[in-house]
Design a protein around this ligand. Sequence first.
Ligand code: CP3
Length: 344
Amino acid sequence: MAVSSKFLRVFEGETFSSPPIWFMRQAGRYLPEYRKLRAQAGSFLDLCFDPALASEVTLQPVRRFDLDAAILFADILLIPHALGQKLSFVENEGPKLDPPVSLEEVKRFRDRDVLEPLAPVFETVSKTKAALSKDKALIGFAGAPWTVATYMMAGGPMKDPGVLRQRFYEEPEFVTGLIDVLADKTIDYLIAQIDAGADAVQLFDTWAGGLPWPVLDAVSVRPLDRISRAVKKARPDTPVILFPKGVGEKATEYALLQGCDGYGVDYAMDPGWARGNLGERVVVQGGLDPLLVIPGGKPMEEAADVYLKLFHDVPYIFNLGHGFTPQTPPEHVAALVDFVRRNG
Ligand code: CP3
């Protein structure tokens, strides 16, 4: 199949002086057009499950900034929702969900079909794919099992990571049982996104940082190994990008995985270290601290230039080191895109 988008060509080994660009959390509250549509849609979940509106929101930033890739508008917590856990998003408090309480409950998740309740998401993917021009890629995604499990176990954003680590030591069967079932459902979910039209998929492990090695290996590296290998085995031509945030030099453990085609560098990682240790092994993506885009201007451009210079001779995708926050001025995003296009 002819590969045409700049984003996908990077995975074929091409390098660009001006790399392809997309941004984590490129759709969302910092965009006035999102806030307008969100107000019409009702709840955030209503928006995620409305293919016409979700597709429109997916396309908004691509249109406004002429980005090289769209990322499906959905959320990592749609999997627990599809498993039957009550989910809601409370303004200014973040997500709230029912925690599973027993190993028996976790075991019952095995028999639940997540693809049926998530069908509107696949419809969003196919609608968006049909609306995108051929030079733009569509990225599907899921949360990594550990990150999704933290929200499930804490019933929302975890307040104390120590509580969940302690739970892993005290009830390893419960925690690994939950992670295992999430990994299985995530494999099905990502393959279905690819079949609906996603050109690549990314796994977000936002809360991988700060875990001691054997725990990180058990709850993050090995589950991501299993998921990425299964997805590649089923759909060998689709790039898989891993974004385990805050793992420092353990990044190499992920980049070495057979199923890892791309690695999302977070803002805390030394870009020189990333170039030396990951740049020859996988497609490196991202790195720029999203908070620099809030003031914008010279400091943002100088920081962006560090990545452009370091990664000019290896396949690289320009992105952030985590998502945009709602305070980001859209004009600064436009200025950043312009800077990368002119100075790459
Ligand atoms: O543009 C994109 O990146 C695509 C859409 C996307 C969303 N969430 C939309 C969203 C993606 C890829 C995510 C991933 C996600 N969701 C992660 C991993 C990446 C990361 O940011 O660390 C996590 C941890 C979540 C869980 C989640 N979803 C939280 C903690 C919150 C509440 C925080 C907040 O900003 O309110 C959400 C809600 C959410 N997901 C919003 C959006 C646009 C805001 C909801 C709203 O419009 O009110």
